[in-house]
Design a protein around this ligand. Structure first.
Ligand code: NAD
Length: 504
């Protein structure tokens, strides 16, 4: 790699370590010597080393029935460059409560079959390219979280596919795992790749394009949610579908978790966004009902648990601070956008769009509920937020609903302290986060707000005792983590409120 004048920095949110991004990227030598270490092995390039791609790289590097040489590629941007460096340095860029992540990473390091780079030269070595990059929806919302408009800009995604086409082999299998608007593999990915091959004077008849979406669940079963779970797949033609199946069989335990082949990639792409829209709408449904329960003096948790006794209603959700993370906040919109922009309908998927709209407003509702219960002014109050990431026991802050309530608190003049056991640096807010809860609880707070369901906050008598020892204040549980016993203990000194519990 040729190092040029330092330009930008990239900070690891996990360790706080700072990396300087070189101005030009030339890692040809690194890529070639990595491939030389693995003669005869198929090379799999994973495009995008985020929450999906990095762990998918591990699963492929530890494939069940084939030995692959795996190259992960990402962009030399402040947001992502640290991931490349971390992988090559010995610190995996994802922390989760799954011991398999470290085990798989250490095995790959021992076998030396995982390498990371930002040089697109990697595509020229690939037998298979797995596309795991982001495809974003841009939302325009007002201060109350009210969704006013949204747009899907496919140009970064098209650029990424063009980068593959510019140097890939003509018989490569490009497997799209990114969540895309239905129609994308057939109408966008394949034509771009064919065009690139033609421009290079190469034949297009051996090119294979498949789609198989991830159901990865960051958390204690992170690796298993890829390797030991059901998969849906399709190809843009039969040869592509067959090649996709052949590859998936080498990395997924398909005897135990049989694959489902659908007729075409539109169907698999639709399956993904429908699956997530269903979940987002289920949550939105409960957002409204939890607000009703607060108004009506009802404990919605009791109500939901009573209803869940019916087998048909087992997946009724519980209330919370809202929906976060990368997927549920955008996938219903991707689907609706595709319906209108790729298939010519004049109608959006109205219910799915409304679900996103309601979920986006939940942090504001949570703040308004706090204001209605906290009788004095919030201005100048010391607030401790427990949890910054959007999901329990992972360090992912993308679209975390905590951001909404954090901004409202800051806007109201509060002095906010952040704690999260898994986040040291909140990239989106460009702010450091404290990991030392014991230290933080030595300070007095006017309000302590539980915002993420990390296990450090769940059934933790030490935490409850320390909270009970705090000066009298206000404890606000936005995710229903506190048990009745804990609430009763805290209530002897503090005011305790829980979202969806009008009975308190
Ligand atoms: N996170 C999840 O739980 C989850 C689950 C299922 C599916 N998905 C889908 O998987 C896809 C990836 O999600 P993620 O959570 O890993 O996103 P992410 O933002 O964590 O990672 C995406 C990565 O792709 C990189 N990237 C973007 N353009 C690139 C390019 N041209 N070349 C190389 N790298 C590039 C980004 O820098 C980033 O590191 C999305 O479509 C998402 O909807 C995510």
């Amino acid at each position: 790699m040729v190092k040029e004048k330092p330009k930008q920095e990239s900070i690891s949110p996990l360790t706080g370590k700072q990396y300087t991004i070189p101005e030009t990227i030339d890692d040809k030598a690194g890529i070639e010597s990595f491939c030389d270490l693995h003669p005869g092995k198929k090379v799999v390039v994973v495009q995008g080393l985020g929450f999906v791609g990095s762990v998918m790289s591990l699963v492929v590097a530890n494939a069940l029935t084939e030995e692959y040489a795996v190259i992960g590629i990402d962009l030399p941007t402040p947001f992502s460059y640290w991931k490349i460096q971390s992988i090559n340095e010995g610190a995996f860029p994802v922390i989760a409560d799954d011991p398999k992540i470290e085990q798989f990473y250490q095995k790959a390091r021992k076998k030396k079959n995982l390498y990371a780079t930002c040089d697109p030269h990697a595509y020229s070595k690939a037998d298979i390219v797995i596309v795991d990059i982001n495809l974003d929806v841009k939302k325009q919302s007002n201060n109350n979280g009210h969704l006013e408009d949204y747009s899907v800009d496919l140009s970064p995604f098209k650029k990424a596919i063009t980068a593959i086409g510019t140097s890939c082999k003509p018989d490569v299998l490009v497997l799209v795992e990114t969540t895309v608007p239905p129609g994308t593999s057939q109408k966008i990915v394949r034509p771009i790749l064919e065009e690139c091959l033609k421009e290079r004077g190469l034949a297009t008849d051996k090119l294979k394009v498949g789609h198989s979406y991830e159901r990865v669940m960051p958390g204690p079963k992170y690796v298993d949610s890829i390797q030991n779970f059901y998969r849906v797949y399709a190809g843009t033609d039969e040869t592509s579908a067959d090649a996709t199946e052949k590859f998936l069989r080498t990395v997924i335990s398909t005897d135990e978790y049989p694959l489902t082949r659908l007729g075409n990639t539109q169907a698999t792409e639709m399956a993904k966004v429908l699956e997530n829209s269903y979940r987002a709408m289920n949550i939105a449904f409960m957002v409204e009902w939890s607000r009703f329960a607060e108004e009506a003096g009802v404990n919605i948790y009791e109500v939901v648990n009573a209803i869940r006794m019916r087998p048909t209603h087992k997946n009724l959700m519980l209330p919370g601070l809202g929906v976060g993370g990368y997927c549920l906040t955008k996938d219903p919109l991707l689907a609706s956008w595709a319906r209108m922009n790729l298939f010519g309908s004049e109608e959006p998927l109205e219910q799915s769009e409304t679900g996103v709209h309601i979920n986006d407003q939940m942090p504001v509702f949570a703040f308004q509920y706090l204001q209605s219960q906290y009788t004095s002014s919030l201005n100048g109050k010391k607030v401790l937020l427990l949890g910054v990431s959007y999901l329990n026991d992972v360090g992912d802050t993308r679209f975390t609903p905590v951001q909404g309530i954090y901004e409202q608190l800051i806007g109201a003049g509060c002095e906010v302290t952040l704690h999260d056991p898994h986040v040291m640096y909140w990239e989106e807010k460009r702010t450091r986060v404290n990991n030392n809860l014991d230290e933080l609880l030595k300070q007095p707070y006017d309000l302590v707000i539980v915002t993420t369901g990390h296990k450090d906050y769940r059934n933790n008598p030490v935490l409850i005792n320390k909270l009970a020892d705090q000066q009298p204040g206000f404890i606000y549980d936005t995710i229903g983590i506190l048990t009745d016993d804990e609430i009763n203990k805290l209530k002897s000194k503090h005011i305790v409120k829980v979202i969806g519990r009008g009975d308190l």
